[in-house]
Design a protein around this ligand. Structure first.
Ligand SMILES: Cc1cc2nc3c(=O)[nH]c(=O)nc-3n(C[C@H](O)[C@H](O)[C@H](O)COP(=O)(O)OP(=O)(O)OC[C@H]3O[C@@H](n4cnc5c(N)ncnc54)[C@H](O)[C@@H]3O)c2cc1C
Length: 453
């Protein structure tokens, strides 16, 4: 009996929502008594569901806020010209480069067709003056790194090695003739560079432990030894090689040209991160380099460190891009994915993850933004760059892991645009100074004690 009354109540509630004129029109087309008969056989739950569906159809589709990882609107602090460039980089990355990425990442191959696309943006050699470089602000250079990494961290790493590490070494420490020969062609990305510092047995300890040797004889140097992890090494036209001068024990920089008979490179296979980047093990055997190809302003490891100080800030921005890409993909997914009849974005625990991600992402962005201002003012120190690198790469690991978490099983599939960021964050975490090494740099600055050994 109670169930009958309940059904009548629900049927009444349903009819209250029905437009009678419309009902008459429908009656001309369908057998309403048969429909009513069917309704009479529905249980409470089915009726409630039907009402909800009918009611829902009358509401407009919910308008959701835009997906935006720049919560504090740092993009608005750019000039109109800079903002336009930022959006142009984003458009090329999203429409022309992104479609190539997953396939190449899986095959661990480099998509060479991206080089002219990046070159056409005229962003290479970002902040350098002259030599065809665009003389951007340091902030803009950082924003560009973020935009590239927001779509793919491998492409950003390739670009960072070209524009930052290799062009930067020549720009800061090269002779005028070396700059004239290499920088304009590298800016147009017609020539590609690499940067060889790390060795198979020496990573964090390169400052004092570099084992590759350089021995001078007249106007020539002979280099002997190995380098490991060198990005772009398999196809680079010029590799900046750091080696210890056997005469004065100081670290010096050399431009080793593609095709040098003393140069051999073997690709590092089976990486689980940055699979698009072609990292190589370089072997130099009686590798002869002309004195004119030695970087004249690189006279000790301090000069190498000046290049790393400049590029470490870029790696912090890169971490921001990686985190931002993962956050935005995760947010989009949570709005589209339904469980228990609702978008998972409407669940409190999911929102907790998203807000934690956004908090860290916003802290990272404001930090690198200020870091770039220090760089622009010329007051950046090693410890400034190291703190940003440590903080951003650590928080990125956390953000990508939460992004993967809110996607459930789909979080480990490349097609959902988070899994690749999870893997790539591991490389950012370790290169250009591990967490420990950058922590020790900051620790030394704030305590006055060096704790490296
Ligand atoms: C994908 C990728 C790309 C790279 N590209 C390049 C490139 O283009 N050119 C280049 O020259 N190099 C490149 N590198 C090398 C990179 O810079 C080194 O991996 C990094 O400096 C760490 O050195 P390592 O791997 O030899 O680790 P190690 O130095 O062997 O360190 C191992 C562990 O010991 C810790 N550790 C070391 N010393 C201390 C200490 N004093 N106190 C506490 N902990 C310590 C480290 O933090 C780390 O956790 C690349 C690396 C990767 C992974």
């Amino acid at each position: 009996m109670a169930s009958l009354f309940s059904k009548i109540r629900q049927a009444y509630a349903l009819l209250r929502h029905v437009d009678i004129a419309q009902l008459e029109r429908i009656a001309n087309k369908v057998d309403l008594s048969a429909v009513m008969d069917s309704l009479g056989h529905l249980d409470d739950k089915q009726l409630a569901h039907l009402m909800k569906t009918l009611g829902g159809a009358r509401h407009k589709k919910k308008v959701l806020p835009p997906i935006e990882g720049d919560f504090y609107h740092l993009g608005l602090a750019l000039t109109a010209e800079e903002r336009e460039l930022q959006l142009r980089v984003r458009a090329v990355m999203e429409t022309e480069i992104k479609p190539l990425i997953n396939e190449h990442w899986l095959k661990a191959e480099f998509p060479f067709e991206i080089i002219p696309k990046l070159a056409a943006l005229n962003i290479c050699g970002g902040t350098y003056q002259g030599y065809g470089c665009p003389a951007l602000s340091t902030t803009m250079e950082g924003i560009i790194a973020m935009e590239i990494a927001r779509v793919d961290t491998s492409v950003c790493t390739f670009f960072g090695v070209q524009s930052g590490l290799s062009m930067g070494s020549i720009y800061l420490l090269g002779s005028e003739a070396q700059k004239q020969e290499w920088l304009p062609a590298m800016q147009r990305m017609e020539k590609i560079g690499a940067f060889g510092l790390t060795e198979p047995e020496v990573g964090s300890g390169v400052a004092a432990g570099l084992t590759m040797t350089a021995t001078r004889s007249g106007d020539q140097w002979t280099l002997q030894g190995q380098k490991k992890w060198i990005g772009n090494a398999t196809f680079a036209d010029v590799i900046v090689i750091w080696a210890r001068d056997t005469a004065d024990d100081q670290v010096k920089g050399f431009l080793v040209r593609k095709g040098n008979p003393g140069f051999q490179v073997k690709k590092i296979e089976d990486k689980m991160a940055l699979r698009i980047v072609q990292n190589g093990i370089i072997t130099l055997t009686d590798c002869v380099v002309a004195e004119s190809d030695r970087l004249p302003l690189a006279n000790s490891y301090k000069d190498t460190a000046a290049v790393l100080r400049m590029t470490r800030a870029g790696v912090a921005w890169q971490a921001v891009g990686c985190a931002r890409g993962a956050y935005e993909s995760a947010l989009r997914y949570t709005r589209e994915r339904h469980q228990f009849g609702r978008p998972i974005a409407s669940f409190q625990l999911i929102q907790n993850h998203l807000v934690e991600m956004l908090s860290n992402l916003t802290a990272m962005q404001t930090m690198v933004y200020r870091l770039s201002q220090l760089q622009q003012e010329g007051s950046i120190t090693d410890e400034h760059a190291s703190l940003a690198k440590v903080f951003c790469s650590l928080r990125t690991r956390d953000i990508v892991s939460k992004a993967r978490e809110v996607m459930g099983g789909n979080g480990i599939l490349l097609e959902h645009d988070v899994a690749r960021f999870v893997a790539d964050a591991e490389a950012i975490y370790s290169y250009e100074g591990t967490k420990e090494i950058n922590t020790l740099i900051v620790g030394r600055a704030i305590t006055g004690y060096s704790a490296f050994v």
